[in-house]
Design a protein around this ligand. Sequence first.
Ligand SMILES: [Zn+2]
Ligand SMILES: [Zn+2]
Length: 264
Amino acid sequence: MADSFFFIPDLRIFSYGATIGAGVLLWILEGVIPFFSARNSRARHARLNLSIAGINLLILLPSGILMAFMLDWSKNLWRGIGFLALHPAAEALMIILVIDMWMYAWHRINHETTFLWRFHSVHHSDAALDVTTSWRFHYMEILFSELLRLPIFMLLGAGIEHLLLYSLLMTPVIEFQHSNISIPPAMDRLVRIIVPTPMMHRLHHSRLRSEHDSNYGSLLSLWDRLFGSFLMKESLDGLHIGLDNESDTGKQRLFSLLQRPFRP
Ligand SMILES: [Zn+2]
Ligand SMILES: [Zn+2]
């Protein structure tokens, strides 16, 4: 079934390539057409965020392998929506829609639950939003997310190819949302009909809770519109990115950020 639709020789390499390619392209564009100008040391900022990403890769590699194994194992026991005998493209589309809706709900729960916010606030504590912020997540947040996502994938009867296809589509969009690039307003309006744009996600990183409890979408902006959390402003003048009381440089060091959720 999968081979007939997932014709890409190695979806895994394609997915990693898109992530790295989009990341590098956006990083270059941020130097050419920045939205927030006069930034201090982009390289130092990137080093911190990519160090967090590197640690995540090391810690989470075993959970990724386990997830692939579990999906393979469960597909032999339970076909999920495979029982509907849909065309593989329609099946993949349904799985992607359900998973993206779950990602919306999961992100929203992270904002509404004090315990989960401890971990998610590491992402929001970045005062200089750019493409590298899309890699700045506490490893426990990713671990919780993957553990909760796994049973949903299994129930749907999704395979590793669906997981890879979703990440192939979603990761470049997450990088784009965080990027510090200036886009003509008309183009932003057009693009945000389908996917969340940097203008939307900058409001999500506002210090004001009334603004940062909005625009939770990962791949599609549809869920924010559907569930009443879509927020847009014509101008972002006066917007302060990050969280209050984070100006102490000691708080923005690698180990401090890793320990942050565990502090009283
Ligand atoms: Zn958030
Ligand atoms: Zn973000």
